[in-house]
Design a protein around this ligand. Structure first.
Ligand code: HEC
Length: 167
């Protein structure tokens, strides 16, 4: 091998290694993006968990569930399987009771489910993410199965979704 060929090969190898390293750094385990614009999606339901509820520690407060167009249409038809690209959002806020009225406080967390059967085979086609305080930069779910999907497994008969459509 001539000397210049060796240098070329070395340069190519260096670029390849650097690229792989950069891509790996840019793609942490959970690459689900913040659901921009979800406040304009379809509102599905609202519920409040009070102190004393078994899930209060993690989910206490007021939550609103939103669905993008694909998810909303599936919910409205009552289908038991959601199409690829369906997204659902669980928007959890503090609940503040004052003067005999309960209202919204600060956002605690924004939880997201995305249907992508190829990417999320291990969790039956759903990807899960959660943004602390609703901050797009603070995604906190690393193990989708143990943090989220195991509990949603109970809803296997409804494609792992709890919320139902109320006319
Ligand atoms: C201990 C059980 C449990 C765990 C753990 C859990 N969820 Fe849920 N999730 C629920 C229940 C129950 C509802 C329905 C709430 C309602 O009906 O108002 C729900 C609703 C949702 C919804 C709205 C769609 C639906 O199924 O109704 C999303 C999105 C969601 N969860 C995401 C997540 C994410 C992301 C995680 C992990 C960080 C997670 N969940 C962990 C029980 C759980």
């Amino acid at each position: 091998m001539k000397r210049w060929q060796g240098i070329g090969l070395l340069a190519a190898l260096t670029i390849t290694v650097a690229t792989v390293f950069l891509v790996a750094q840019q793609n942490p385990a959970n690459t689900i993006r913040y659901p921009d614009g979800y406040r304009s999606w379809t509102h599905v339901k609202t519920a409040i968990l009070h102190p004393g509820h078994p899930l209060y520690d993690d989910f206490g407060g007021i939550h609103h569930v939103y669905a993008n167009t694909k998810a909303a249409q599936a919910l409205q038809k009552g289908v038991t399987s959601f199409p690829e690209g369906a997204m659902l959002v669980f928007d959890l806020l503090e609940s503040i009771t004052e003067n005999n009225a309960t209202g919204e406080g600060k956002r605690k967390v924004l939880a997201v489910m995305v249907k992508d059967s190829k990417r999320f085979r291990e969790t039956n086609g759903w990807g899960y993410a959660a943004f602390a305080g609703g901050d797009p930069k603070k995604q906190i779910v690393t193990d989708m199965k143990s943090a989220c999907h195991n509990c949603h497994m109970g809803q296997a008969h409804r494609d792992y979704v709890f919320s139902e459509w109320r006319p």
